[in-house]
Ligand binder design. Structure first.
Ligand SMILES: Nc1ncnc2c1ncn2[C@@H]1O[C@H](COP(=O)(O)OP(=O)(O)OP(=O)(O)O)[C@@H](O)[C@H]1O
Ligand SMILES: [Mg+2]
Length: 237
C-alpha cells in the first residue's frame, strides 16, 4: 500500500510520437489533490501532449505517470474508461459530437452518471445560460462560432464535477469577459474539490490569477511556481 502523495504524479516522463524526437523530456511533477495549476508555454512546447498523457489518450515512452494513486503508464485498455470518467476534458479542438445539440453534448457526462432526465435538463440549461448560451441550447455545433463551441466544451467538461479537469486552451477563442467567466467557472469547481489544470500560451491571462503554474518550453519543464507578477484576482492560492 502506498500513501497518496498527489492526484497526478509524473516521474522522468518522456514522450515521442512514433519514431520522431522526444516532444516531452524528463518531466517530473506532482499535483496535489484540490490544486489549480496553469500549464503555460509557447506553441509547440508540449502542453497538449502533456495533457494527452493525463487524460490517458497516450502512454509515456519512458517514465511513470500516476493518476488517482495508480500507475497508468502501462494501463490495460479495459481499465481506461473507469478512470477516464473521473476526468473532465476540454480539448483544443472542442471535440463536440456533431449530430448532438449544444444541450445534448453538455448532458453526456450526466447521462453516463445516470442522472434523471429532469435533473439533466435543469443543470444543462442553467450552465449553458451561465456561459451565455441560453439561446443556443438546441443548436448543432456546426451552427456555432468557435467561441460558442468552446463554451459548450467547457460546460460539458465541468457539469458532472470530475475529480480532475484538464482544459486545453479553453479561452483561446473567446473575448476577455467570457475568458474570465470560464476561468471563474473552473475555480468554482476547484473550490468544491476538483483538481484543475488549464493549459494556455497566454501568460498574461494566467498571471491575473494567484494559481501555481508549470511552464514548458521545447518539451522541458522550465519553471514551476506562481506565474510572474502579483496576483490581481485573488489573494489566496
Ligand atoms: N499527433 C502528433 N504527431 C506527431 N507530432 C506531434 C503530434 N502532436 C504534437 N506533435 C509535436 O509535439 C510537439 C508539441 O506539440 P503540442 O501540440 O503538445 O504543443 P502545444 O504546447 O500544445 O502547442 P500549441 O500552443 O500550439 O497548442 C510539437 O513539436 C508537435 O509538432
Ligand atoms: Mg496545444
Amino acid at each position: 500500500m502506498t500513501a497518496e502523495t498527489g492526484l497526478v504524479q509524473l516521474e522522468n516522463v518522456g514522450l515521442r510520437y512514433g519514431s520522431g524526437p522526444e516532444v516531452l523530456r524528463d518531466i517530473s511533477l506532482s499535483l496535489a489533490t484540490g490544486s489549480f495549476h496553469f500549464l503555460t508555454g509557447p506553441s509547440g512546447a508540449g502542453k497538449t501532449s502533456l495533457l494527452r498523457l493525463l487524460y490517458l489518450a497516450m502512454r509515456p515512452t519512458r517514465g511513470t505517470v500516476r493518476l488517482f494513486d495508480r500507475d497508468v503508464s502501462r494501463l490495460v485498455r479495459k481499465r481506461r474508461p473507469a478512470l477516464r470518467r473521473r476526468i473532465g476534458v476540454v480539448s483544443q479542438e472542442f471535440g463536440l459530437i456533431s449530430h448532438l445539440t449544444a444541450a445534448e453534448n453538455v448532458a453526456l457526462p450526466l447521462r453516463i452518471a445516470r442522472a434523471s432526465a429532469g435533473e439533466i435538463r435543469e443543470h444543462v440549461t442553467e450552465l449553458l445560460r451561465w456561459v451565455g448560451l441560453g439561446r443556443e441550447l438546441d443548436e448543432l455545433p456546426a451552427a456555432l462560432s468557435d467561441g460558442q463551441k468552446q463554451r459548450v466544451a467547457v460546460a460539458r467538461a465541468v457539469i458532472a464535477r470530475p475529480d480532475l479537469l484538464l482544459a486545453d486552451e479553453p479561452t483561446g477563442n473567446v473575448d476577455e469577459t467570457v475568458a474570465m467567466r470560464l476561468i471563474h467557472l473552473m475555480e468554482e469547481l476547484n473550490k468544491v474539490g476538483t483538481t484543475v489544470v488549464v493549459a494556455t500560451h497566454d501568460e498574461s491571462l494566467a498571471s491575473r490569477f494567484a494559481h501555481a503554474a508549470f511552464a514548458l518550453d521545447g518539451g522541458e519543464l522550465v519553471r514551476t511556481g506562481p506565474v510572474n507578477g502579483m496576483p490581481a484576482e485573488r489573494a489566496e492560492a
